[in-house]
Design a protein around this ligand. Sequence first.
Ligand code: PEP
Length: 257
Amino acid sequence: VVNRVPLIAGNWKMNLDHLQAIAFVQKLAWSLADAKHDAASVEVAVFPPFTDLRSVQTLVSADKLPIAFGAQDLSEHDSGAYTGEISGAFLKALECGYVLIGHSERRTLHAESDEQVAAKVTAALKHNLVPIICVGETSEDLEKHGPSAVPVAQLRAALSGISATADIVVAYEPVWAIGSGQAATPEQAEQVAAALRAELRETLGEDVAAKTRILYGGSVKAANIAGFMREPNVDGALVGGASLDLNEFSSIVRYQK
Ligand code: PEP
């Protein structure tokens, strides 16, 4: 039996400048220490804007805080004439462990295609960053194709360039649940997470499928996290709005099944 350490990840989106980021991460660390948080039993990660990463790295490494961090996106390229882009090499140099890829806001507001998502996953792995591959259906997709078809197809496309040994995380985030206050039910999340794990088994094999963490995201808060974490195929949460509220995020991290 593979023991998947649950991951609670906070996607700050375009919120908190580098000074606010330092204050937030410091307070989060105090709150985790007060709660005698055991990093081996639940991993905590934050995803600040690019301009905060150096500050967060400095604080986390100086004080050896039990908080992982990563970026919200990366370029598929390593360097060169790509004005405004940030490469995986730069993120690795800042000791990022993770990078979000294919968040629904990137897919919709920046027209990111499945092909770009796949190229970014390849770029992340090349630089030893763990990609958190975000997939999820719109309400129209849900009506037309049922619950799992679109997320599974997005995952298949995202994995097209990677090998059987890849270290990845998958985040199932129904677009209709993001920022809407209307979370999926734990049963809905489990149904899609199980389908995503079956897809991992088919494309990358049993070992990768068994060890890969699948997160649920979409209006997660302290009041609903436990229900998701009771599901066998849900291994954590990607939290947007509630990750900006210290008490709420700390309570999510301390969920009791
Ligand atoms: C997200 O954007 O990844 C997200 C899940 O947002 P929220 O928690 O605000 O729905």
